[in-house]
Write a protein that binds this ligand. Structure first.
Ligand SMILES: [Zn+2]
Length: 171
């Protein structure tokens, strides 16, 4: 069954109906996420998150929300502070209102409903926030010509065994 996207879904009812939904969420709806993006967004109104998700039961008959989303965000390059286009494709699979016991024993994350309702915009926003890199940079390391890295220091810091290896070879 396909339906137009709404914001809130009654979890148990959708699970029993095997609800399947497809649509787009405007990026402007994701207020928390937007604070983490480059401050001067190009085309902020036009950006969307393409989304499909379904309410299912897993192999233990437990209610789940499983989905797939695609978008492209504008992050801030930590080297030059300019905008950095960051395409994202994510799959998520979350148990709905699992008990503490189940959460402890399972590797799957849990989503908690609010009085039985799930806000899909919140879910998508949480997933994207978790998936955004803490430090994003352009692939071209020369994007900021004033950027300087002192190479030897980084090499030793990154690989503590480099020092040991040096000792070995002088042996
Ligand atoms: Zn850059």
């Amino acid at each position: 069954m396909r339906d137009k996207l709404r914001r809130r879904y009654q979890a148990q009812r959708e699970v029993s109906q095997k609800g399947y939904f497809e649509g787009e969420i405007p990026l402007t709806d994701l207020v928390r996420l937007r604070e983490m993006l480059h401050c001067e967004q190009s085309d902020p109104e036009g950006r969307k998150i393409a989304l499909k998700f379904e309410f299912v039961r897993n192999e233990y008959d437990f209610p789940m929300l499983a989905g797939h989303l695609e978008t492209s965000l504008e992050l801030e390059c930590q080297r030059c502070l300019n905008a950095l286009e960051w395409p994202m494709t994510l799959d998520f699979s979350l148990m709905i209102d699992a008990s503490d016991e189940l959460v402890r024993d399972s590797s799957v994350d849990t989503l908690y409903s609010e009085d039985g309702f799930i806000d899909i915009v919140e879910v998508v926003e949480d997933e994207l926030i978790l998936a955004i890199p803490l430090v994003a940079m352009h692939e071209d390391t020369a994007c900021n010509e004033n950027w300087q890295v002192s190479e030897p220091e980084t090499a030793i810091k990154d690989n503590p065994f480099a020092v040991l290896q040096q000792l070995k070879t002088t042996d």
